[in-house]
Design a protein around this ligand. Structure first.
Ligand code: NAP
Length: 454
């Protein structure tokens, strides 16, 4: 199956690219490992300079690059510009802070001198999804390249334009050929690639099925692996919540990226004394959203990425309704070309329904009343996932109970879950393992070398 870029606003095929042949992949891997032997010796100041230069390319070509994202996966043009700028900001963050994160750390011990060094480990394979086609890659690549690794990208097969664009940005920024390489490769060939001696480690952002497959291949090859997988993040509304702040952010948290974000708020758990007011205000604001052409500045929600993604979300909602759930807003696909679906609010969902036990990767919110905060925390934890959680409470005691009690990699209080280069990003349970971003993310792909001088 070739890499195919389809505009989800129109359904039209924009570009196709054949998979790279085995011989071509072989040559690109040879080049990557040869480049690594030189690149690992480059100075931190040179790597910082190239990263800053890449940030300048992104900013200098902001409208063109953002247009690729909107045309390729349907996010609004405003969101696409935000994604490009966030990539540039993160490149600068690692250019500025990377040298300190990578500096040797002296440690007191019986040795006359002992320290930790953060050495690069080699050629890292990144298997990435389509939903943030630049950001998912950059949040791996900026720290990894700063640390002296080289990267090979197997991007999702529906975002070839974003993959080629990013490879071109790194090359024009001054990174040598072979430092960042795009591979057009089917998912079926990823396991063999992980086993290849030229690959040192692998990182995957994507579904649980892909994570299980990549994790198994990495385990068989005894290679380092980081997995950022799906989630069904809770959005807890406590008794002390400020609904004037919480409701608009509940809307943003659910429909950002047209509802297709791993860290989107997906289950809204509201204590009983705030439930009726929350549902009424939330449903009203979800219903008022403008769904349409993502290039139009008036649009809040663009199309889903593909016909199959819309079919999936339609079937999840239909199943819930057939089993007794109530629709307070949306619940329907939009007629006409493109893969649009109305922002939807459901109540009365239970675990026998697909919407009650599966990830909802579209603009569909499930709201549930819970008797009190302890029940909210218990329901929040009663899933196989543990990526993020958003808690809305003004009372510090309520905030602290949630922070301590929630089983997730990230808890945000009076804010929706978001990624930022300063803070580690990642989950627990079936949402994956390892961390991206911050110094911790950078060091996932470092040889943390112990040095002991007697
Ligand atoms: P996906 O099908 O898993 O695809 C992600 C990447 O993995 C693509 O490059 C895909 O290639 C590849 N892939 C698929 N199956 C594979 C396999 N068996 N072995 C190796 N590679 C494989 O994910 P998606 O449905 O496009 O993305 C949505 C999922 O990603 C959701 O569950 C979402 O929550 C999760 N996600 C998580 C994060 C996070 O940071 N935790 C961020 C974004 C998304 P092809 O395109 O060629 O199939």
């Amino acid at each position: 199956m070739p890499y195919t870029s389809v505009n989800p606003t129109t359904g039209a095929v924009v570009e196709t690219h054949p998979d790279h042949t085995d011989e071509h992949v072989d040559a690109l891997l040879d080049r990557a490992v040869a480049t690594f032997q030189w690149y690992r010796t480059t100075s931190l100041s040179d790597r910082s300079m190239w990263l800053r230069s890449a940030a300048e390319v992104l900013e200098g070509e902001l409208p063109n690059i953002a247009t690729i994202l909107t045309e390729e996966m349907g996010k609004t043009f405003a969101a696409a510009k935000g994604e490009v700028l966030k990539c540039a900001m993160t490149m600068r963050y690692y250019a500025d802070h990377g040298p300190a994160m990578l500096a040797p750390e002296p440690v007191e011990s019986p040795a006359s001198r002992s320290e930790l060094r953060y050495d690069p480990i080699g050629c890292v394979l990144a298997v990435m999804p389509w939903n943030f086609p630049l950001w998912q890659v950059v949040r791996f690549a900026a720290p990894a390249l700063m640390a002296g690794n080289v990267g090979v990208l197997k991007h999702a097969s529906n975002v070839p334009r974003a993959a080629l664009c990013l490879e071109d940005v790194f090359r024009r920024a001054g990174f040598a050929d072979g430092v960042f390489t795009n591979l057009f490769l089917p998912a079926s060939k990823v396991a063999a690639l992980i086993a290849d001696d030229r690959i040192a480690a692998v990182t995957l952002t994507g579904s649980e099925a892909a994570g299980a497959s990549v994790g198994a291949a990495a385990g068989a090859a005894l290679k380092k692996c980081v997995l950022e997988l799906g989630g069904s993040d809770p959005f807890i509304v406590a008794s002390s919540a400020d609904l004037d702040r919480a409701v608009p952010m509940a809307v943003t948290g659910r429909v950002q990226n047209n509802g297709q974000s791993c860290i989107a708020a997906k289950r809204f758990l509201v204590v009983a004394d705030r439930y009726d007011e929350f549902v009424a205000r939330f449903a009203e604001q979800m219903d008022a959203l403008v769904v349409g052409d993502p290039m139009d500045p008036a649009t809040n929600v663009g199309p889903l990425v593909s016909a199959s993604q819309r079919q999936e979300i339609s079937e999840q909602v239909a199943d819930a309704v057939a089993k007794g759930a109530t629709v307070h807003a949306g619940g329907v696909a939009v007629d006409g070309p493109g893969f649009f679906y109305r922002p939807t609010v459901l109540t009365g969902v239970d675990p026998s329904m697909r919407a009650g036990c599966e990830e909802l990767f579209g603009p569909v919110a499930v709201v549930q009343s819970v008797p009190d905060l302890d029940a909210a925390i218990a329901v929040a934890n009663a899933t196989p996932w543990g990526l993020g959680a958003s808690v809305w409470a003004m009372d510090p005691a309520e905030q602290e109970r949630c922070v301590a009690g929630i089983e997730a990699g990230m808890v945000f209080v009076n804010a929706i879950v978001a990624s930022t280069p300063e803070l580690p990003f990642g989950g627990i349970k079936r949402s994956g393992y390892g961390r991206e971003l911050s110094a911790l993310g950078m060091r996932e792909f470092c040889n943390i070398k112990t040095v002991y001088v007697a």
